[in-house]
Ligand binder design. Sequence first.
Ligand code: MRU
Length: 350
Amino acid sequence: MSPSSSSLPDRAIVWDDHHLQLLDQRRLPGRVDYLTLHDARQVAQAISDMVVRGAPAIGITAAYGVVLAAALRFAANPQSWKSAISEDLNLLAAARPTAVNLQWALERMQTLMQSLPADNNPQASLLQEAQRIHAKDVADNHTMGELGAALFEQKSAVITHCNAGALATGGYGTALGVIRSAFAQDRITQVYADETRPWLQGSRLTAWELLQDDIPVQLLADGAAAARMAAGGIGWVIVGSDRIAANGDVANKIGTYGLALAARYHAVRFMVVAPTSTIDMHLSSGEQIPIEQRDAGELLRCGESTIAAQGAGAWNPVFDVTPAGLVDVLVTEKGIIHAPNSEKMRELMG
Ligand code: MRU
């Protein structure tokens, strides 16, 4: 992976002729650097290492990873690229376990691959499919932005968690898409962003993104959100998701469940914004969602410095599951569900 500097980006995932460029989100907001990736192994590594993160962005990146893999496999042996590529697909699928958008995108690419003639260079067709997935995600985010903004009955402050913005998607964002649309319509008094330990997606990424769009933001220590709700004026908690089960249970960044509990107690409404590529109808409830556990060192350190007492261990699941009963509204590109449950989810998904 080779780094290069650039001016402020409008996209975190860029295809440049024969390579994939990813904005290195680990370096934001201090540095705006792109990494150039050449093969599926580098793409899988970039996803595991959090160069790119956020469920839809991971799916889109994996789709471009398949394009890179197919080009290399075809060049190495045009007769056997279809069987050889399964190693790359397995590598990509294993990069992160919770965001179902990764599997969803790989399945789309695989379906197309099966229909392609075995001895023709597959790169152009696969690239078109990856770009379709990318463009559709951006369009869906704009649709969800409008649907979510229309739910504001009065102007109010909102709290968001992690980063569910342009950086986490093809562009515009899910939760931040709603916040962008609602802010443009003058329906938001103030955006509060949880800092989101340990990767600080809130203070590094969400704050950076909102400020790029001149949307003022105040940060909250993760533990401060309930007190901020108690102080009044918060109309909505708005979050994204990594996987939604068939009964409407929602996996999202660790801390989301606590926010939902606090929101219910304080009569603050809780909105989940996610494209249907995040819905996993194969899992009947959130208990079945695989929750990624990451290295304890992520909690014991902050950047380069050790911050925990020597000898302390750490439990570091990076997602949690919010029961559907705590979700007031689920916004998807196909429409809105109030108080999601299995029946309404089945109806939405057809
Ligand atoms: O660990 P991350 O940064 O990949 O976690 C991301 C989140 O939890 C987002 O809220 C989720 O993927 C939705 S992004 C539109």
